[in-house]
Every structure is written in structure tokens, then in C-alpha cells.
Design a binder for this molecule. Structure first.
Ligand code: PLP
Length: 381
């Protein structure tokens, strides 16, 4: 099946009781058992819920994996999955990793004896140099947040495979429509389904997908044991949002390209980070491992004053954290997604105080451009 057909049909067998097209919301915590000797497939809803299962099957099919797992948030998916590691294990992590992941790695997992080395993951040499005998995982985001740096996933998978290292990829920015890390040889895909997968800024949800069944069993054990699962209503909403992923992504990506093009001609814009630009350092790798550059980019402005005005005066783009919704969202990484990263560390990474990130929604790009144009023009240079 092609991707758009999978979006509509994977995991979504019609309800056997009524024939309902949508998977019902099984709002229950427990299930009546028939026999003392053998319990049914469902016994308690932390372990299994049909609505959650439909979402898990759908994302597994879309990512080209064998098993999907839903969690109560993207961070729950990330943190639960990281529990496959043990004290003494070492991780190599991309240096502009999502701020929340940075926080749990440096303040919680480090306390449990799981230490991380942060590297510029655009360089396979840097990743290789950071690998120690006790390295068990490589954790990546590509394109990364907020600087849209690109990592060669095939290259990393190859480095890791020979050494028995597990590769984890947070695929939130790309979604399986544009990038399928498992097909490139990586082991675990993670998602904040809160973003593009749900797509309507009304749910917090996370997902993990694997191909390997042994790894699947380990994550399943943690999902059930640790218990950071989403409720059925959120699974239903995420599934409903997921069905339109392709059409949303196509439109938002097209608009993002138009806006990037316009920003490139603006005096107040000093730099644009978007892997769809031919002069982006990761352009060739992005093209080789994805089906598009996505709908999120960041740019630097000429002054703090312009930055403040753009953020505070934007109406069509909401000044907010998050991304991947039908509404455009403009955010300020230094004080939002990356607030948990210490200021010196942040600047060293290139997350400057005039850096703005835009997640393009489904508004007409002409209107988004007109609004930015009027904000840029209404303020003295
Ligand atoms: C938002 C986000 C997360 C965290 O997801 P939540 O659903 O907010 O817990 C993780 N990774 C990336 C890339 C994100 O954008």
C-alpha cells in the first residue's frame, strides 16, 4: 500500500460490533473475564486498550516497523524508551537535542548512572570519536531543533550496527511521511505525536516504533511496567489527526518553502536554517534520506528589537511553544524549547537571542507573509 492509503487503513479495521468506520473510544479500565484458567486478550487497560492498539498499529505500519507503542507524551515515550539502558551505559546524543530530552538526560538519567556525551551530529567523525567501550545508544534528531542540522542516518546506523549500539531517532519534525529511520537502518523511532502526527494542537501524546522483536519486547515491558500510557480519548484524537497527515504536510511544506523564499529577500533576516535550501550544509543528505524538508524552519533577525516585535505582534502565527499544528506557531527557542539549556551552552550551540522558529500551519502563505511584512515595515530599522 502507498503511504496515503496506509494513513487511512492501517490499524483501522472496522469495529466488529457495529461496523463503525472510526475506531471507537474504549473508555474502560478493565475487562470482564470468562474463565479462571485463561484470561482474554484484554485484562487491564494499562496493558492493552483497543483504541490505543489501533494507533500503535497505525504508526508501526507507517514507520515500516513491526511494533508501535503509545505513551502519554513525547517525553514519556522518550523517557520510557531510554529505560532500556542500565547504569554504566553511555549515550552519544546530538548537541541540539530537544530541550526536554536534554533535561532528562542531564538531570535524571545521569543520576541513574546513564551518562551522555553531546556531539555535533552533522559529523560522523564526531559521533565515532565520542563512542566509548560502554556506549550502548546513539540518540538523534534530524533535522534538529531549532537549527535544522541534518544527520546522516544511514552513516550512523552503519557505525552503530557493528558495535551493537542502538540508534534512536526522534522523528517528530519529519513524521513517517517524509522520513522513515527504520528503513535507513536505525533501531527505534520516537515521536512527540503532540506535533504533526496529531496535528491539531489539542492532544499531548508520544509514540515509539521498532522493527526488532526483542527490542519490541523490552519496550513493551517498560510501557506496561512504567505505565506512562495515553488514555483512549487521546489515542482516538491522535488517530483522527493522523489520517490527514499527508495532505497537511504537503500544504504546510509548500507554504514553508514560499515563506523561506520571501524571508530570503528581507533585510531584517540575517540567516535562515532550512534543509530545503540548496546552500544548507545538510541539503544533499536531507534529499538522500527524506522525501522533503518539512514545515519547520528557523531564522535569525537583525536585532533583539525586531525579534521582540515579530513575536509579540504576530497574530496569524501564534507566539507559543510547540509546532506541527494546523495553526502556524512562532516560537523563541532561547526562552522556550531550549530554556533548560544553560545560556553559555545555548550560545555555543548557535541558539542565539535573535533566533525565531516558525512552524507553518495551513493558513494561506500570502497572509502569513503579508503579516510579517507589515511587522517588519512598521518598525524603524
Ligand atoms: C515537543 C517535542 C518533544 C516532547 O514531546 P511532548 O509531547 O511535549 O512531551 C520531543 N521531541 C521533539 C522534537 C519535540 O518537538
Amino acid at each position: 500500500m502507498k503511504f496515503s492509503t496506509k494513513l487511512i487503513h492501517s490499524g483501522q479495521t472496522h469495529d466488529p460490533l457495529t461496523g463503525a468506520l472510526g475506531v471507537p473510544i474504549y473508555q474502560t479500565s478493565t475487562y470482564r473475564q470468562q474463565s479462571l484458567d485463561q484470561f482474554g486478550k484484554y485484562d487491564y487497560a494499562r496493558s492493552d486498550n483497543p483504541t490505543r492498539e489501533a494507533l500503535e498499529e497505525a504508526v508501526a505500519a507507517l514507520e515500516g516497523g513491526n511494533r508501535g507503542f503509545a505513551f502519554s507524551s513525547g517525553m514519556a515515550a522518550i523517557s520510557s524508551t531510554l529505560l532500556i539502558f542500565s547504569p554504566g551505559d553511555h549515550l552519544v546524543v546530538c548537541d541540539d537535542v530537544y530541550g526536554g530530552a536534554y533535561r532528562v538526560l542531564t538531570q535524571i538519567f545521569s543520576r541513574l548512572g546513564i551518562h551522555s556525551t553531546f556531539v555535533d551530529a552533522t559529523s560522523l567523525e564526531a559521533i565515532e570519536a565520542a563512542i566509548k567501550p560502554e556506549t550502548r545508544g546513539i540518540y538523534l534528531e534530524t533535522p534538529s531543533n531549532p537549527l535544522l542540522k541534518v544527520t546522516d542516518l544511514r552513516g550512523v546506523a552503519e557505525l552503530a550496527r557493528d558495535r551493537g549500539i542502538v540508534t534512536l531517532v526522534d522523528n517528530t519534525f519529519m513524521t513517517p511521511y517524509l522520513q522513515r529511520p527504520l528503513e535507513l537502518g536505525c533501531d527505534i523511532v520516537l515521536h512527540s505525536a503532540t506535533k504533526f502526527i496529531n496535528g491539531h494542537s489539542d492532544v499531548i501524546c508520544g509514540l515509539a516504533v521498532v522493527k526488532d522483536s526483542e527490542l519490541g519486547e523490552r519496550i513493551r515491558f517498560i510501557q506496561n511496567g512504567f505505565g506512562a500510557i495515553p488514555g483512549p480519548q487521546d489515542c482516538f484524537l491522535t488517530l483522527r489527526g493522523l489520517k490527514t497527515l499527508k495532505v497537511r504536510m504537503d500544504q504546510s511544506q509548500k507554504s514553508a518553502a514560499a515563506i523561506v523564499d520571501w524571508l530570503g529577500s528581507q533585510q531584517r533576516v540575517t540567516r535562515i536554517h532550512y534543509p530545503g535550501l540548496a546552500d544548507h550544509p545538510g541539503y544533499a543528505i536531507q534529499r538522500s534520506q527524506t522525501d522533503g524538508a518539512g514545515a519547520v524552519f528557523s531564522f535569525e533577525l537583525d536585532s533583539l528589537e525586531t525579534t521582540r516585535r515579530l513575536l509579540e505582534q504576530s497574530r496569524l502565527s501564534a507566539f507559543a511553544v510547540s509546532l506541527g499544528g494546523v495553526e502556524s506557531i512562532i516560537s523563541y527557542p532561547a526562552r522556550m524549547s531550549h530554556a533548560a539549556v544553560p545560556p553559555e551552552e545555548r550560545r555555543r550551540k548557535g541558539i542565539t537571542d535573535t533566533l525565531v522558529r516558525l512552524s507553518v500551519g495551513l493558513e494561506d502563505p500570502d497572509d502569513l507573509i503579508a503579516e510579517m511584512d507589515s511587522i517588519f515595515k512598521s518598525n524603524p530599522v
